[in-house]
Design a protein around this ligand. Sequence first.
Ligand code: NAD
Ligand code: LMR
Length: 331
Amino acid sequence: MAKQPVRVLVTGAAGQIGYALVPMIARGVMLGPDQPVILHMLDIPPAAESLNGVKMELIDSAFPLLKGVIATTDVEEACKDVNIAVMVGGFPRKEGMERKDVMSKNVSIYKSQASALEKCAAKDVKVLVVANPANTNALILKEFAPSIPDKNITCLTRLDHNRALGQISERTGFQVSDVKNVIIWGNHSSTQYPDVNHAVVITPKGEKPVREVVNDDEWLNGPFITTVQQRGAAIIKARKLSSALSAASSACDHIRDWVLGTPKGTWVSMGVLSDGSYKVPKGVIYSFPVTCANGEWSIVQGLLIDGFSRTKLDATADELIEEKEMAYSCL
Ligand code: NAD
Ligand code: LMR
C-alpha cells in the first residue's frame, strides 16, 4: 500500500539553500524513494514573488513523489501539521563576518517561529535548524517551544562532518564512502573540533584507523582541523555566497539518517541537547557522535578523549555558553 505523504516545512525556501533543498526533498533524497511528501515553503513578504517562482518550478518538474506544495509568508499556515521542519530562514553570513555576527537578527526569528511550530506542527515534529548561529538558534527554538520534546530539536553539523570525510578522502585517495566515524564536536563555528581519533578507512585489507592510513599526525592535528573549521569562510570567499548545495545535501543526510537510521557500525554528527555526556555542560545544543534507530538518536558513549581533544571539546562548549548568554541579551 502507498505510504501517506509526510509534510516537510522548509523556511527561507526562496533563498539559495532552499532552492537547492526543495528539489532534493521532492525527489526522495531526504525521506527515501517511496515516501511521498507535501512541501510547505515559508519565506518573508519581500521574497513572496520569488517563492512563488520556486513553487512554479516544482510543479513544472512533475516530481512523482510530490503530492502538494504550499508556498506562504504566513508562519502558522506554513507550520500546520508539519512532520519535519527544516529551518533555513534567516540572514546568512557575509565575507569577514563570524557566525556570531548574525546572532541578533536570527535569534529573534527563532523565538517567534518556535511559537508557531509549537502551536501548529504535528506533536512529534522533528526539527533541524540550519540557519546560523545554528546551535544557538536551535536552543532558542527549544526554549520557546516547550511542548516539542527536546530530543526532536537538532541543528546541522552534518555539513562539517561531510567536509571532514571529504578532506580525509582527498588526502588518502580512498573513496569518501570508505571513510567513516569522524566526529564533529561542539559548535557549528570555527571553534568546532573535527576529531579523527576514532575514524576508520575501509581498505582492501580491512578497516584501518585514519591516523594509520594518513600517517601524518602533524597534518591531522593542524591543517586538517583548521580546513574543516574554516571551510564555510573559504566557500564564502570563493563564491561570495555561503555554501548552499552542500548545506542542502547535508540537511537531507541529517534527516534521512535520523528518520531511517544510521548504517550498522557507523555514527554521524548531529547538534543535539547536551545531557552531560563527555563532560559537556548540560543545556547547550552541542554536536556529538550519534547513532539513530527507530526515529531516535543516541549519543555514542565510551569513546576515549585524550588531553588534546579535551581542550578542544571544552573550548567549543565555552563558546556555546557565551553565545547562549549573548542570544538572551538580544531577545
Ligand atoms: P539566503 O539569504 O539565500 O536565504 C535565506 C532566506 O531566508 C531568504 O529567502 C530570506 O528572505 C529568508 N528569511 C529571512 N527571514 C525569514 C523569516 N523570518 N522567515 C522565513 N524566511 C526568512 O541564505 P542561505 O544561503 O540560504 O542561508 C540560510 C541560512 O543558513 C543562513 O543563516 C546561513 O548562514 C545558514 N547556513 C548554515 C549552514 C550549516 O551548516 N548549519 C550551512 C550553510 C548556511
Ligand atoms: C557554512 O558552514 O558553510 C555555513 O555555516 C555558512 C557560514 O557562514 O559559514
